[in-house]
Design a protein around this ligand. Structure first.
Ligand code: UFG
Length: 341
């Protein structure tokens, strides 16, 4: 079975391509390389021994998407990662985010609905819950108004899929709501490659330790949490990648309930910003230069998943610890900075 992975050169996409190939799937990647490098193909090949097919194209161009599906009639499933994802940039450029993230989704679904049967896995986010009232967060928690146009594209994206699935039983979809993906492949052949100054905590930590940044700013220690810093559910990207494979297999083996399902993908364990720093210091042996600064607008106090639905229905569970993930992130950072580890 051939699977199309859009955004397959990106952070989560590339790790998912590895897991798919290791499970015996054929993979074709679409990526426009706006936020990723073609060199990632070498990393994937080094791990799996197999180079996936690659098409450099822009999913916003409808003719190109239609043409792709004509050229690859054998594609039986799509895992859709390609999207713009910088929360701050989405506030500055809302129309770009709606254009990029929603048009591509619509064109893909239009193509899939012409097939007799197709599987579709959508990258959603815990951002749809906003500040949930209860922890851990179940899939039944209400979806709150989005804090950013980026978050809104995830909410609207889910709605577009729900409406499509209602009238097109041939499209079978699963939305995975990710918590905070971190880490890198244990081989250090692929990992996260943020362009410019990292917006997320873990790449900022590793870049600071590698000497690219002077100091990490910890955004606030006056939150109502045990140590005052925000709490998130940090999941190793390899565990997250494996969740996509089992979700896809569920659809292909016709085990889905109805033709649209949603799952939280996290570890179920919350960690504070200071705990993440401690974990990094423990596994790297480095002391991190950080200081407490003011809160970052839009940050929720805490978000961690109830993963019981994914555990029981998908038979999937995150295996790696926070220390495992921090260690792999550090190995990757050292490798790309050409420092021995
Ligand atoms: N943080 C710092 N300093 C930094 C960066 C982050 O203290 O330099 C803190 C944040 O305040 C937060 C925690 O580290 O408490 C995690 O922040 P990230 O930016 O790594 O992750 P977020 O939880 O903010 O972001 C995640 C996803 C986004 C999604 C967002 C929705 O990565 O895709 O949740 O809230 F949009």
């Amino acid at each position: 079975m051939k699977i199309l992975v859009t955004g397959g050169l990106g952070f989560i996409g590339s790790h998912t391509v590895v897991e798919l190939q290791q499970e015996g799937f054929e993979v074709v990647i679409i990526d426009d390389c706006s936020n990723a490098s073609e060199n990632v193909l070498d990393g994937i090949t080094a791990i799996t021994g197999k180079r996936p097919q690659f098409e450099k194209l822009n999913l916003r161009v409808k003719e190109d998407v239609l043409d792709f599906f004509k050229r690859y009639p054998e594609v039986g499933g799509v895992i859709h990662f390609a999207a713009s994802k910088a929360v701050g940039e989405s506030v500055e450029k809302p129309l770009l985010y709606y254009e990029n993230n929603l048009n591509s989704l619509i064109y893909l679904l239009q193509c899939l609905s012409k097939k007799d049967n197709s599987a579709f896995i959508f990258s959603s986010s815990c951002t749809v819950y906003g500040q949930a009232d209860e922890m851990p967060i179940t899939e039944d928690a209400p979806v709150k108004p989005a804090e950013s146009p980026y978050g809104n594209t995830k909410q609207i994206g889910e709605e577009i899929i729900v409406d499509t699935c209602k009238v097109m039983p041939q499209v079978k979809a699963i939305a995975l709501r990710y918590f905070n993906p971190i880490g890198a492949h244990p081989s250090a052949e692929i990992g996260e490659l943020p362009i410019g100054v990292p917006q997320n905590l873990v790449p900022f930590i590793t870049q600071t330790a590698a000497g690219l940044r002077d100091q990490l700013a910890v955004f606030g220690d006056d939150y109502p949490t045990p140590d005052g810093t925000c709490i998130r559910d940090y999941i190793h990207v390899v565990d997250l990648a494996k969740a996509h494979v089992v979700a896809l297999q569920r659809i292909l083996q016709e085990e889905s309930e109805g033709n649209y399902e949603v799952f939280n993908i996290g570890t179920g364990k919350g960690s504070s910003v200071l705990e993440v720093i401690e974990s990094f210091e423990r596994v790297s042996g480095n002391s991190l230069n950080y200081k407490i600064t003011g809160r970052r607008p839009g940050d929720v106090i805490q978000a961690y998943a109830d993963t019981s639905k994914a555990n029981s229905v998908l038979g999937w569970k995150a295996k790696s610890t926070l220390d495992d993930a921090m260690k792999s992130a550090w190995q990757w950072e050292r490798k790309i900075r050409k420092q021995p580890y």
